[in-house]
Design a binder for this molecule. Structure first.
Ligand SMILES: O=C1C=CC(S(=O)(=O)O)=CC1(O)O
Ligand SMILES: [Ca+2]
Ligand SMILES: [Fe+2]
Length: 340
């Protein structure tokens, strides 16, 4: 008898441990324009202007920066139980989380997926105030909503196959005859809720937030320049090959990477086909052929297990950075150089 699969609606919430909450709040709220919906000395709950639930990002003070959880909303309260049963049947760690353990979120289940990531599934959630037409409040990049997670894992094929079993469809890939280097998978009808970037993991690569238009991305670049905070800009602005989104990658004060992202495309028809990029195509990651800075391939945030301890890293056999030459401005980079 197959174990029922939980009906995942979308990527909905994430929690980052930060080492200086005041400094992080300055970056995410004062500079980027996220809305603090609740906060105290230990934790800040943030949301975008076009979200309706209590929050979509939690910043929590801690001694060491890391990823505490990635959370998906499921369609019904019964799907929380299905998620617990599905992961328990896989022999994976499962924790029941009482309502209110995270402000604004009802009872949830927190698991470690086969890649080693802390993943949570919830349904019940408080509504936050409706901000979608409070234009007088909008600031910075005017973040709309959380869009997706991107995680680093040494075996993209295994990651892809597990999330396909969890009901995710595949919108795009980067591959060659030997390897699957990256994959984008979705439940909501957009390009992705989760993407897998080949690399030493489990590590968080980034959390992405949708912004209304590309000019919001250009504006935050100008703001960071004006503040002399341009070093927070890691990659972009630019146009992605994969997803066709206009993008910008920033690093927060702890080095957590976020993406500001807009104008990807609809994937909601039942026969949506996967678009496959060749790893040697220089337009796959930046449609204009711009280099991908090496830190983007090599750096990520430590994933914390359900016990709160950092997960040990597993390195991949081969990585995109060692295979691709050309647009990334890199010659062939040896694995030894990568690990140095
Ligand atoms: O959201 C994304 C869409 C596309 C890309 S890529 O750099 O174009 O591969 C990266 C990304 O996963 O951050
Ligand atoms: Ca638009
Ligand atoms: Fe992304």
């Amino acid at each position: 008898m197959p174990v029922p699969v939980p009906d995942v609606v979308r990527a909905a919430d994430a929690e980052l441990v930060v080492t200086d909450l005041r400094r992080s709040r300055w970056f995410w709220v004062d500079v980027l324009g996220f809305v603090p919906i609740e906060e105290d000395d230990e934790v800040v709950y943030l949301r975008g202007y076009e979200e309706f639930l209590h929050h979509s990002l939690v910043l929590r003070q801690g001694a060491r920066a890391g990823l505490r959880r990635l959370a998906y909303r499921v369609r019904t309260p019964q799907d929380v139980g299905r998620a617990a049963d599905f992961f328990a049947a896989e022999g994976l760690p499962v924790q029941e989380v009482p309502a209110g353990a995270t402000r604004g979120i009802g009872e949830a289940v927190r698991v470690e997926d086969p890649l080693g990531f802390p993943v949570e599934f919830f349904h019940a959630a408080e509504r936050g105030p409706r901000l979608v037409q409070r234009y007088e409040l909008r600031r910075g990049a005017e973040p709309s909503r959380i869009d997706h997670f991107n995680v680093m894992t040494p075996d993209v094929r295994a990651a892809h196959d597990f999330y396909a079993r969890l009901g995710f469809s595949t919108s795009e890939t980067i591959e060659d005859d030997e390897n699957l280097y990256a994959a984008w998978m979705f439940r909501k009808p957009t390009v992705h809720d989760i993407a897998f970037t080949g690399g030493a993991g489990p590590r968080l690569h980034h959390i992405a937030f949708f912004v209304p238009e590309s000019h919001h991305i250009l504006r935050i670049c100008d703001i960071l320049g004006s503040l002399g905070e341009h070093p927070h800009i890691e990659r972009g602005p630019g146009r992605h090959g994969v997803s066709n989104a206009f993008y910008l990658y920033l690093r927060d004060p702890d080095g957590h990477r976020l993406e500001l992202y807009t104008s990807d495309y609809y994937t909601g028809d039942p026969d949506h086909e996967t678009y496959r990029w060749d790893v040697h195509d220089p337009r796959r990651r930046d449609f204009w052929g711009h280099d991908v800075v090496s830190s983007w391939y090599r750096e990520g945030s430590t994933a914390l297990g359900l016990d709160g301890r950092p997960k040990p890293l597993v390195h991949p056999a081969a990585s995109e950075e060692t295979v691709h030459v050309g647009a990334d401005g890199l010659g062939v980079v040896t694995e030894a150089q990568l690990r140095s």
